[in-house]
Design a binder for this molecule. Structure first.
Ligand SMILES: CC(C)(COP(=O)(O)OP(=O)(O)OC[C@H]1O[C@@H](n2cnc3c(N)ncnc32)[C@H](O)[C@@H]1OP(=O)(O)O)[C@@H](O)C(=O)NCCC(=O)NCCS
Length: 231
């Protein structure tokens, strides 16, 4: 069957088209954050899913366009509306390969505190309302810093990480790529957290966490580990 083609182009002063990857809860939150940000450079044309994501049944403020693997989707830009760290990073990589000319705009919500003259933010990343990054914070590509999370001075956060709501990351922490920091977790100053780790909700990280390790509790203790953090 010939794939349908959805094509969105910029005409005159019209905003460029932005397609959101994902059609679940965080994708809808992303749309709400975009709408309340007042950004007018792109307009959300719709939501799509990939083989790594599935739609939910909720009402969306923009149309559901189907699977990006089955439809030919042409957009000016893509945003990743996915809350899973490893899937964010992998979908970001897939999209860059498949759509080399597309943009991956980052969103810093106006109710967040993230001064780009003091901090650095990669492409396709989202700083949600209430989140704060202080100074000399380096955030990679396709990172999600969710509602009211705080990130102190001199922190690095690798590609694809997800920092869930109200997590507190103290100064000089380093976090590898594709790591999830659970809601309300605390990482004490100077600790090193590896790649593809999971910091459980409410955990207090008092010691370094090697690649691929899941920790929970206060103080945080490992409950599982994936060889080389590559699982
Ligand atoms: C850490 C986490 C990923 C583990 O999930 P899981 O692999 O499904 O683990 P399980 O639920 O099977 O729990 C395994 C054990 O760890 C304990 N545990 C799980 N999460 C815990 C947490 N956050 N704090 C303390 N203990 C926890 C469980 O009670 C269970 O203990 P038991 O074996 O003694 O019964 C998950 O619980 C978590 O905290 N995720 C963060 C989610 C989040 O931030 N959500 C917000 C979205 S906006």
């Amino acid at each position: 069957m010939r794939p349908e083609c959805f094509k969105f182009c910029r005409r005159g002063g019209m905003p460029r088209s932005l397609v959101v990857i994902g059609a679940g809860g965080f994708a809808r939150e992303y749309q709400a954050h975009w709408a309340s940000s007042g950004r007018s450079d792109y307009a959300i044309a719709g939501f799509v899913v990939t083989g790594r994501t599935a739609p939910d049944n909720a009402n969306r403020a923009a149309p559901f366009l189907g699977s990006i693997d089955e439809q030919q989707i042409a957009a000016d830009a893509f945003a990743i509306g996915i809350g899973n760290a490893q899937i964010r990073a992998r979908v970001g990589g897939d999209l860059r390969t498949r759509f080399p000319a597309a943009a991956f705009p980052s969103l810093i919500h106006p109710r967040a505190q993230f001064d780009e003259s003091r901090n650095r933010l990669g492409v396709g990343s989202v700083i949600c309302p209430g989140a704060i990054a202080t100074t000399n914070v380096l955030i990679g590509d396709f990172v999600l810093v969710n509602l009211s999370a705080t990130i102190g001075h001199d922190v690095t956060v690798g590609d694809g990480c997800v920092i869930n709501p109200a997590a507190n990351i103290s100064g000089a922490v380093s976090i590898g790529s594709e790591t999830l920091v659970g809601v309300g977790a605390v990482i004490l100053e100077g600790r090193r957290v590896g790649s593809r780790c999971v910091i459980g909700a409410g955990a207090v990280v008092t010691a370094d966490v090697p690649d691929g390790v899941t920790v929970v509790g206060v103080p945080a203790r490992p409950i599982r580990s994936v060889a080389n953090g590559s699982g």
